[in-house]
Design a protein around this ligand. Structure first.
Ligand code: XIL
Length: 360
């Protein structure tokens, strides 16, 4: 009788075990990804200057699980060149030192974007030639300062509307479409000048993870660059998805294959999968999110080596950018806001181990 009760209690505890009570793998997600031929499993981190910088529990997981780091802000224009031709690489250098300590690769992010650009750029009235010179100076000085410490640069970020036309920005509105090609040309020249032509050049955007007009437009821009003899090595698929609305495995695989067939590397650069509304932590919600993460990681595995890896846009709900960018939305990452791994984490781990998803 006693043993019957004991066994029943044991079985009940196993059945009721919440996914977060599982142990994380001892090797971490990055090692699992590398075991499957990927270059890394990475994360963005908003370091330095934020609570993350000194959060030892956070940093321990960052170090253990991830083998690539993307600075969420430190290399953006407004921080690296706050006033015209006055450069400040202090934060970028600090980020690089952390990545070196952790032996992580760094995807450098980004050079030319409509957002987070310095006031001197947006508040002046420029001729096209003047603004080209500003862009060239920014690209040359930044790229040459960080040199080979960057695995790659997101040269142009989010240049297109969902219909594939160029979106309004100080760059496009002043220079026209040519700004896009010039940015890559300058980055290529700057790297060649310092013998760092191995640093890869990327276009990075969201809404290009599903077949459609915007993907066709990106492929068109790649053709145009190459016609001009300008290098582009890869496309960054941001992959900011919504739970239950994540592109299907078939669509994510087809899209990645389309870029690879155009002789491009592919990286999932900013993966997070947010809830459009509460509840974020009910069992059903968590399982659906796990399934969406599983699909997204699996798509990178299915297309082979030229999907180099996956980067999540930070890994815990406390430091996620989502609640500040999308009112009322959240719960988007692999760990909850007290750093417990969610079913989504175990789904990613299972995908990377070639296992069926048991938490989806
Ligand atoms: C976000 C950062 O995470 C935030 O901290 C910042 O306030 C705004 O930018 N697409 C990108 C990233 O390419 O640079 C953005 O990062 C998220 C969307």
């Amino acid at each position: 009788m006693v043993s019957f009760i004991a066994i029943t209690a044991l079985l009940a505890s196993l059945v009721n075990a919440a996914p977060h009570s599982k142990d994380r793998t001892s090797v971490g997600l990055n090692a699992l990804a590398q075991g499957r031929g990927k270059q890394w499993f990475g994360s963005a981190a908003d370091i330095p200057g934020t609570a993350e910088t000194t959060d030892t529990a956070y940093l321990k997981i960052l170090h253990h699980e991830f083998g690539e780091l993307t600075p969420a802000n430190a290399l953006k224009f407004m921080y690296t060149e706050p006033e015209q031709n006055v450069f400040n690489f202090t934060e970028g250098d600090e980020f690089m030192r952390l990545a070196e300590r952790y032996q992580s690769k760094v995807r450098c992010h980004n050079l030319v974007w409509a957002s987070q650009v310095s006031d001197f750029v947006t508040s002046n009235t420029w001729t096209a030639e003047e603004l080209k010179a500003v862009m060239k100076n920014h690209i040359f000085k930044t790229v040459q300062h960080f040199g080979k410490r960057c695995y790659s640069w997101d040269v142009v970020n989010e240049a297109l509307n969902s219909d594939g036309t160029f979106s309004s920005s100080v760059w496009y509105d002043t220079i026209g479409e040519e700004y896009f090609y010039l940015a890559f040309q300058y980055a290529q020249q700057a790297l060649a000048q310092i013998g760092a032509q191995n640093v890869k050049l990327y276009y990075n955007d969201y809404g290009i993870e599903n077949p459609g007009t915007k993907v066709d437009a990106v492929l068109g821009l790649v053709k145009n660059l190459r016609k001009r003899g300008i290098r582009i090595d890869g496309v960054g698929l941001e992959s900011h998805f919504i739970v239950g609305e994540t592109p299907s495995l078939t669509d994510q695989v087809a899209t990645k294959r389309a870029y690879i067939n155009a002789d491009l590397d592919v990286v999932v650069t900013e993966l997070d999968i947010r809830f459009a509304a509460e509840p974020y932590y009910s069992a059903d919600a968590q399982n659906q999110q796990a399934a969406d993460y599983y699909t997204s990681v699996e798509s990178c595995l299915q297309v082979g080596r030229r999907c180099l890896g996956v980067v999540v846009w930070d890994f815990d709900d406390a430091y996620s950018w989502v609640p500040s960018a999308f009112a009322g939305q959240g719960g988007a990452t692999l760990f909850n806001d007290t750093l417990e791994a969610k079913p989504a984490y175990y789904a990613v781990s299972e995908a990377l181990q070639g296992k069926k998803c048991t938490v989806c």
